[in-house]
Design a protein around this ligand. Structure first.
Ligand SMILES: [Cu+2]
Length: 451
């Protein structure tokens, strides 16, 4: 007798299974035709489709066992990860089946609500050709599978297998380098590398690092690096599903500390402003303090005015109080070296009164015969000659080069018997400190009536 085909054989088998009385005969038939490979392997299209994948190593093995009970499996998995899986079904003396009972491990491929993409249907008994132990490789996908024993009367042997997606994403890993940096961004004396990793699925299992050309080793705490030179720290993490991140690395340089700065800053003050001929500052002086330090650098600059307390210097000082002043100053570098106190002395004076051509001006009116005359006099009180212009409503007169102490005089005929009160205007122009200075004066005269 020959088996017509796999499906024909399955039909025979399923019919046989519905009638326990025929089972023994069927088993004998199967044994007689010696097709143990069909009998032993997982039966079904899904198992056949996975023939190519079967050459890969399965990621997990799930084992069902059955004993003398026909109300429950002796053991059955309830959860699994998606992926290539070896399914084992064993029922024999070692799993407690001492009665020769036949069981199946059958995956439900029709009931709504279940994952139907794996078709497993093992029929096993302790006396079959493989001694009741069968296995097949399948590819489990996320979802819930229902499995049961198809032997009539064994309907209590049923359960569910919940498959969740496998973590195939490696952890995210990062490194942070800390330490004191110099202006070039290099680490002074030492750096510490902190590696962190996260994995949102199965979780981080291990974090590793390698310093320079060294081997990877477990990371447990920030890695100190204190050898002068350029360094590379490589790092990676592995999650509990075995996914390892790509190796990442961070490169940095450790430099020796700078030699100790023992030299205080150089500090200087500059006084600026308008000076008079005596070298005194007119109205105000501006003091600018500067400091340099070529090693650790300037930290603070301080000043004190006229013996008061030192204060932090932030901008130029404007000193406008009249008198003699002393500004003291000093600077401190970042290593704590303070310069000797230096001083600058200067005097602030009031601005001189504006230059003028000094004249003493008088005006008067009187009668000469029946006419009124207005007489105007200007005495040059200055040190240099002046040009003087005398002006009234009745005429104007300019007298050049009126010597110091001398006067300009003019009597103006009003050509009237009487005049009202009025004023004469006098301007004096002289050369003072190289500049022409013109000053104007006024002098009143009284009303006069003649005859
Ligand atoms: Cu059973």
């Amino acid at each position: 007798m020959r088996i017509r085909s796999l499906s024909g054989f399955l039909g025979d088998l399923r019919r046989a299974l519905r009638t326990p009385a025929t089972l023994g005969r069927m088993v004998l038939v199967i044994a007689a035709v010696a097709l143990p490979t069909v009998w032993l392997s997982g039966v079904g299209a899904a198992a056949q489709d996975q023939g190519q994948q079967a050459v890969q190593a399965a990621e997990q093995t799930l084992v069902w066992t059955a004993d003398n009970s026909y109300t429950q499996y002796k053991s059955a998995p309830t959860t699994a990860k998606a992926g290539l899986t070896t399914i084992v079904f064993e029922t024999n003396a070692s799993t407690g089946n001492t009665s020769g009972l036949t069981h199946t491990l059958t995956f439900d491929v029709s009931s709504p609500g279940y994952n139907h993409d794996v078709n497993v249907n093992f029929v096993a008994s302790p006396f079959d050709a493989s001694g009741g132990r069968h296995e097949v490789q399948v590819n489990l996908t996320p979802g819930t599978y229902r499995f049961y024993c198809a032997i009539p009367g064994h309907s209590g042997m049923v359960g569910e297998l919940v498959v969740t997606s496998a973590d195939t994403t490696p952890p995210t890993v990062a490194a942070d380098v800390s330490g004191e940096k110099n202006a070039d961004g290099d680490y002074v004396e030492s750096a510490a590398v902190t590696v962190s990793a996260t994995d949102t699925e199965s979780g981080v299992d291990t974090v590793e690092y390698a310093l320079d050309a060294g081997a990877f080793q477990a990371y447990t705490a920030p890695v100190p690096v204190n050898q002068v030179g350029e360094h590379t720290v490589s790092y990676r993490a592995t999650d509990k599903a075995g996914n390892t991140s790509e190796v990442q690395s961070v490169t940095f340089t450790v430099v020796a500390p700078q030699p100790k700065d023992t030299t205080p800053p150089t500090v200087a003050a500059d006084v600026s402003g308008e000076k008079n001929a005596d070298g005194d500052y007119v109205e105000s002086a501006t003091v600018t303090i500067s400091a340099t330090d070529t090693e650790s650098g300037v930290d603070t600059v301080e000043y004190a005015v006229d013996g008061q307390a030192f204060a932090s210097y932030t901008k130029a000082l404007v000193i406008d109080q009249q008198g003699a002043h002393t500004v003291s100053y000093r600077a401190t570098d970042k290593a704590g070296n303070t310069s000797d106190v230096a001083t600058t002395d200067f005097t602030v004076v009031m601005a001189p009164p504006p230059a003028e051509t000094p004249l003493t001006v008088t005006a008067s009116s009187r009668c000469v015969g029946s006419s009124v005359y207005v007489a105007v006099t200007a005495v040059n009180d200055g040190d240099v000659p002046a040009t003087v212009t005398l002006t009234t409503p009745y005429g104007s007169k300019t007298v050049a080069d009126v010597a110091p102490g001398k006067q300009a005089y003019q009597s103006f005929n009003a050509r009237a018997k009487q005049i009202g009160a009025g004023e004469a205007t006098v301007t004096g122009t002289s050369l003072i400190d190289g500049e022409k200075v013109t000053t104007s004066y006024e002098a009143d005269y009284t009303a006069t009536s003649c005859g």
